[in-house]
Design a protein around this ligand. Structure first.
Ligand SMILES: NC(=O)c1ccc[n+]([C@@H]2O[C@H](COP(=O)([O-])OP(=O)(O)OC[C@H]3O[C@@H](n4cnc5c(N)ncnc54)[C@H](OP(=O)(O)O)[C@@H]3O)[C@@H](O)[C@H]2O)c1
Length: 306
């Protein structure tokens, strides 16, 4: 049975991967951050030498886009999202094994209104995006069997996210929520992404010498939607499922850089055709995942984020 090493297994996406990996034939390794700090080169080297995995999924990262802008966090963010990928990829290369690394739509500047495909040149506009782009480049440079999977707007049951934030506001005494109507992207259920990553892992282990399976891929849910339209959808579905009982108004607002501490690309629709062409994986509508996600809150009096 092949050994799958999941880095960041305690995170939002990592937990989903870990949960679903049970139904794939993998022997799974899930070291905690304290056991294996990916920014510590010696720790990474000795862990790989001791455990010799057959494949790695890196779901570890610094994922707080706003905190990444704080000057005190700069070196840490670059270390976790950027330089650590050199250590991980080099170890994978030494073992001649595939590395699947999760990246983001935020490597793009969002200045086009066309879907981004894998060949488009990144041009990050914030520190988080820069750190993730650095990580992509190092992962690709140091291991020829690297697979980068860029995703976006992830929501899952294991962490706070846009959906749970809308629900929490709606359940509080607030009767109005302002949401951006000119910020576009595609919501992605974390469990859908986990399934995609595991299917990619399975295929690449079956055909390790198929060069087409390596490189950059995009996966997000569809369709392209504004934050405002997504918030309306969450509210409508939550009312239907009786997660929310009170009435609220959702008001569209527009993005203004002076209102935020972090610059964001406002149009990042990922073209996912390459994944379908090479891996036969078809993207799913986010609404299926949203409905399942909301169902977990049905019988609860308050929302708890685990
Ligand atoms: N969330 C999104 O919408 C989104 C979208 C696109 C891409 N991504 C990418 O997907 C990946 C996972 O995101 P997520 O939402 O699951 O993040 P998350 O919930 O914040 O989880 C991050 C994980 O990384 C671990 N970690 C952090 N620093 C580490 C270190 N130095 N060594 C080892 N482990 C470390 C954390 O462990 P501790 O908690 O113990 O520190 C945690 O398990 C990230 O690379 C992120 O950039 C996320």
């Amino acid at each position: 049975m092949p050994t799958l090493l999941i880095l960041g297994a305690s995170g939002q996406i990592g937990k989903e991967i870990r949960e679903q990996a049970k139904s794939y034939s993998f022997n799974v390794l899930t070291p905690t951050h304290t056991k294996l700090d990916i920014t510590n080169e010696e720790q990474v080297k000795s862990y790989f030498a001791k455990h010799t995995p057959h494949i790695v999924i890196n779901a570890a990262g610094f994922s707080k886009v706003t905190s990444a802008e704080e000057p005190d966090n700069f070196a840490h963010v670059m270390g976790v999202n950027g330089y650590a990928l050199e250590y991980i990829a080099s170890c994978c290369s030494k073992l001649d094994i595939p590395l699947i690394h999760i990246s983001t739509d935020l490597v793009f500047d969002g200045k086009t209104e066309l879907p981004y495909c894998e060949k488009d040149k990144p041009n990050p506009v914030n520190i988080y995006g820069m750190s993730k782009y650095l990580g992509e480049k190092l992962a690709l440079k140091h291991n020829k069997k690297t697979i980068i999977v860029r995703s976006a707007w992830i929501f899952g049951k294991y962490s706070d996210n846009f959906v749970s934030n809308i629900l929490k506001i709606a359940l509080s005494t607030t009767s109005n929520i302002n949401v951006l109507s000119d910020w576009f992207g595609s919501p992605t259920p974390a469990n859908d992404l986990a399934e995609v990553l595991l299917n990619m892992a399975k295929k690449v282990l079956e055909e390790p010498n198929n060069k087409n399976l390596y490189g950059i891929f995009h996966y997000s849910g569809y369709p392209l939607i504004s934050h405002y339209a997504f918030a309306l959808d969450i509210y409508k579905e939550a009312k239907k499922q009786q997660v929310i009982k009170n009435d609220i108004t959702i008001t569209p607002t527009t993005y203004n850089i002076s209102d935020t501490s972090v610059k964001m690309p406002i149009f990042t629709f990922l073209d996912c055709f390459k994944l379908t062409q090479i891996y036969g994986i078809v993207r799913k509508h986010y609404r299926l995942g949203l409905s399942t996600y909301l169902a977990q809150f049905k019988d609860k009096t308050c929302l708890k984020v685990r």
